[in-house]
Ligand binder design. Structure first.
Ligand SMILES: Cc1cc2nc3c(=O)[nH]c(=O)nc-3n(C[C@H](O)[C@H](O)[C@H](O)COP(=O)(O)OP(=O)(O)OC[C@H]3O[C@@H](n4cnc5c(N)ncnc54)[C@H](O)[C@@H]3O)c2cc1C
Length: 557
């Protein structure tokens, strides 16, 4: 045997599993199709948002959260409806995960040196129903160091275990086959890829130089989702979300190719909920791309006016930062919109300065570098938009700026094949919206939402601009942003039990086979159900990777 356990995938889930194993003295073969530069996978690039419930950070900001409230929100978002079958383990994972987020998660993170910013963000504000989708309260905690800081200790542990002779890195080893004999996992076979010294995140070569086979008592599959494989995204696109867009931007590196899902199915592993995905509607083309088709997600505060491709304001709950999939569904199922793949934000300088954040570790260099002084200086007391946002305003192909609405619409129209927006109609709607600001109450749901958000200290201080007229020249200039659909997360995958043991097509555990992280739908084959509450993906990798590593260590004792 080449190791006690083979871990396929050196992203966050695989690294956490590897740590659980090596810290219990097991020998691990860590196999990845990429080279050492990409250790840590997507987590390295991630923003580091972590869903947590009733934390000291929340309490300090006056947020009253509880397991009951969070579990109500989770169920309202997930809407599990395949309980006898595909959701049977997912719903148990969901409950266990919310318990983890309300309990041990924070101290466990701390035990690995991962700490949190004092602010708590309010992601996925929801669909405006008490029993519907969304977070009733802010829960999006950000790790110091962003996702880079979350994955860093686990990279360090793997490197130390390699020095101690407990872990062997098998870089540039692409797994093509799971070896399952007599109902038990025995190893993997695959292709050796030529060495490649491209920097982290850049697509590497696929030149094949040979084959390999590794054997062990157990195999943990932790190979991520399908987000970089737009063909697969379109193939699994569910009818309820209409037709997939002809053009999308890609929110993940090229190695998030989803191959391992089909390879697992071929080996008799049970895949479930493949129609559930989590793609964003606020993607912009990266002016400085790292991977092919690289898009960045805008994490928008609630104030931008959101227009469809034909210049009509989106109906609630399709508001910035509220309800990702309702917005996606609206854009992809409205008859006269489906031929267009974009929508628009119209906003002011004041809004961009206070409300625009960009997802990704490289877009938040101050937090990634754990530079507390820079965070305070630029985000809380700073004037103007953060540097990376300014770069997009200056260089981003999807950003236009103008002093008047008519000039702005002219520039927006220049970004489509033919002019689709009527300046007079855009003006009419924005003026109607602006009239709603005369009183501290009114009938516009978005303005009500802005006022509601500002009752939360964290939003008022750092995230939500004071309500103002979009057409107030003092708030200008005006900004238009062309938004694309951005591929990101896979919510379904390999069905697993609560120990991350993979199930076979017959619904029975396959001895010695585990799945963790995104490839397992972050646990159980779909812990999120249909909708995510955000910041739940990194945590899902930690929780399911930990479960896989712990059980595999017991099994190989
Ligand atoms: C820009 C960005 C921002 C994000 N922000 C957040 C956030 O704020 N909060 C949050 O919770 N989540 C966030 N996420 C999502 C989160 O980072 C990912 O879902 C998570 O890191 C996935 O980890 P993983 O270990 O499951 O898979 P991955 O990180 O994708 O790792 C899988 C590894 O498996 C390897 N692999 C795949 N197939 C094979 C094969 N056949 N043979 C060998 N190796 C293979 C790949 O090369 C890769 O290294 C973000 C993601 C991105 C890209």
């Amino acid at each position: 045997m080449d190791a006690d356990v083979i871990v396929v995938g050196a992203g966050l889930a695989g690294l956490v599993a590897a740590h659980e194993l090596t810290s219990r003295g097991r020998r691990v073969a860590l196999v990845d199709q990429e080279g050492p530069a990409d250790l840590g996978g997507q987590a390295y690039w991630s923003f580091g948002g972590l869903f947590m419930v009733d934390s000291p950070e929340q309490r300090r900001l006056g947020i009253k959260d509880s397991f009951d409230l969070a579990w109500n929100d989770w169920r309202g978002s997930a809407r599990f409806d395949r309980l006898e079958d595909e959701d049977s383990w997912a719903v148990r994972w969901a409950r266990a995960y919310v318990e983890f987020a309300a309990g041990e998660k924070r101290s466990w993170l701390q035990s690995h040196g991962i700490t949190l910013l004092p602010t708590v963000g309010w992601a996925e504000r929801g669909d405006l129903r008490a029993d519907g989708h969304g977070n009733s309260v802010p829960r999006f905690h950000i790790a110091w160091g962003t996702g880079t800081g979350v994955v860093e200790p686990f990279v360090r542990y793997a490197e130390q275990a390699a020095r101690d002779g407990l872990l062997t890195f098998h870089h540039r080893h692409r797994v093509d086959e799971l070896v399952i004999e007599n109902g038990a996992a025995r190893g993997v076979r695959g292709t050796l890829l030529a060495p490649d010294d491209t920097p982290r995140g850049v697509a590497s070569n696929r030149e094949e130089t040979g084959t390999f086979e590794l054997t062990a008592q157990a195999v943990i599959v932790a190979t991520g989702g399908i987000g970089a494989n737009q063909d697969a995204v379109r193939r699994h696109w569910p009818a309820r979300l209409g037709t997939p867009p002809a053009t999308m931007v890609t929110g993940v590196p090229a190695y998030v190719d989803g191959r391992m899902l089909d390879i697992s199915a071929k080996a008799g592993v049970r895949l479930v909920n493949r129609d559930r995905m989590w793609h964003y509607t606020e993607g912009v083309r990266n002016w400085n791309p790292i991977w092919p088709g690289h898009g960045i997600r805008i994490l928008a505060g609630p104030s931008s006016v959101w227009l469809d491709a034909l210049g009509r304001r989106l109906p609630d709950p399709c508001l910035p930062g509220y309800d990702t999939l309702s917005t996606l569904r609206y854009l992809r199922t409205t008859d006269d919109l489906v031929e267009h793949d974009h929508s628009w934000f119209v906003l002011t300088r004041k809004i961009v300065e206070k409300e625009f954040a960009l997802s990704g570790s490289e877009q938040n260099p101050d937090i990634t570098a754990k530079d507390r002084r820079a965070v305070l200086r630029d985000r809380l007391f700073g004037k103007g938009a953060p540097g990376p946002v300014r770069d997009f305003l200056r260089h981003g192909a999807d950003f236009v700026i103008a002093d008047t609405l008519e000039r702005l619409v002219e520039k927006m129209n220049a970004l489509t094949d033919r002019p689709l927006l009527d300046a007079a109609e855009v003006r009419r709607q924005i003026e109607a919206r602006d009239l709603q600001l005369a009183n501290p109450y009114g009938k516009d749901a978005q303005i009500q939402g802005i006022r509601n958000a500002r009752r939360y200290l964290g939003d008022r201080l750092g995230r939500v601009a004071a309500p103002h007229r979009i057409l107030d020249p003092a708030a200008g200039p005006l900004i238009g942003v062309k938004l694309h659909i951005l591929t990101r997360k896979t919510l379904g995958g390999i069905q697993t039990d609560l120990d991350s043991r993979a199930l076979g097509a017959d619904g029975q555990v396959i001895d010695g086979l585990y799945a963790a992280g995104e490839v397992a739908g972050f646990g159980g084959g779909g812990v999120h159900g249909y909708n995510a509450l955000e910041g739940t993906f990194l945590g899902g990798c930690l929780f399911s990777g930990r479960a896989a590593g712990r059980h595999a260590a017991r099994q190989t004792a």
